[in-house]
Design a protein around this ligand. Sequence first.
Ligand SMILES: [Zn+2]
Length: 245
Amino acid sequence: MILQFIGFLVNLHVKGSPFLSRTKLPACAEIHVLLMSRRRCCICFGLHGDTDIKRGQIAHLDGNPENNSVENLAFMCLVHHDEYDGNTRQSKGLTIREIKHYRVELYEFLQGSFRPGAASSTESPWSNLWPPGKWTVEHDEALEFYTGTHRSQSVVFAVSQGPITLEDINACIPPHDVDWTESIVSDLVKRGWIQVTSSEPGRYELSTQGYQMLRALMEIPENIKDAVWRRVWLGEGEDEDGDLP
Ligand SMILES: [Zn+2]
């Protein structure tokens, strides 16, 4: 039952991406790209400074669908993916080097805009958003998770695939520094979202609290999550009352 739920969750996580459903991109590569890009198209960003969420796909930059190294992957909007993959690429002059440059700029922009503490100034900063009267502590946790670091998110999603070892988790989390990964895992255990599997010491699994947090995350509409994320990371949408648009 929980595994079915996780399958649903992962499908939900990559929704709007037909390319993903017909290929066997490894889950950790896929999650890495989606979390790093936050579904922003690197070409839209590079050429137009456009930071809007796009319906898009993960592109293999060298054109080889077998090369699933994260270095070879980039999230693109449908228009730019078509342009990059199709025969108009030559005329548009979009080169791999150019795309990789835009991707670096996009990732740096998204990470560099982080403003820690912005989301934790009051006890329940988002409870006026959605759904009226139904907001729970799990929804607060879900937004804390959603606006957290991409590495913490990657660890939770990796662990949600089933009881896995620290080494397996580390394989999913660049730069694959086991000490760093261990400290993230340890923080998440303290946070209560993951736990050591009681029947298999040395492996980690989602805790009940983590499961409830991810379920709450699914309930929150995308536009709310995006508005909160933009406010925390980009400082957008704040007015004098601190309300979101
Ligand atoms: Zn684009």
